[in-house]
Design a binder for this molecule. Structure first.
Ligand code: CA
Length: 167
């Protein structure tokens, strides 16, 4: 390693420590398993977790459509991001609820972290959840009106520096 590389390394270390201290949290969505209320064509539930913004989930046209991520254990969730689809139908996300809780059979019984008002085409919006604790993170379109739920990426970030007393 020459001096130039050495200083680059120092810079990178500093960069990553700053990133960690920024309160952004640790991304945990990719640790879990996922399902949705129905699947239209090949727009599988996993496509919200593949890291590719152009691949999306898509339910059938139905009331109370939902997408659910099982984190395999409860986490304190700092924030959730949603990437909306591009090219068409961006208003389908309007009114979607983000929920966090421990009920796996009825996600609608879990508390709401945030309600999406609108997300522009292809954009990613972040919703703070202030440490809400739960094993399941879900997104749903509530109510009797039949709708398609489409999510192109969902990211879940765990709250950091929590000194939990497990005793
Ligand atoms: Ca995707």
């Amino acid at each position: 390693m020459n001096w130039s590389d050495f200083y680059k390394s120092l810079f990178l270390l500093g960069f990553f420590s700053i990133q960690t201290n920024a309160g952004e949290g640790v991304k945990i969505a990719t640790w879990g398993s996922v399902e949705q209320s129905s699947t239209h064509s090949d727009w599988y539930a996993q496509k919200a977790l593949d890291g590719v913004k152009s691949t999306c989930t898509h339910t059938d046209l139905e009331s109370n459509a939902w997408w659910k991520l099982d984190l395999m254990k409860a986490y304190n969730v700092n924030r959730v991001t949603i990437t909306n689809r591009n090219g068409c139908c961006s208003d389908r996300i309007n009114g979607a609820e983000i929920r966090i809780g421990n009920n796996s059979s009825n996600v609608f019984s879990n508390p709401v972290c945030a309600v999406v008002s609108t997300i522009p085409e292809g954009a990613t919006y972040s919703y703070p959840c202030y440490g809400m604790k739960g094993r399941y993170v879900s997104v749903d379109l509530p109510g009797p009106t039949a709708q398609h739920l489409t999510l192109c990426e969902v990211e879940v970030y765990e709250e950091e520096d929590l000194c939990e007393d497990e005793t």
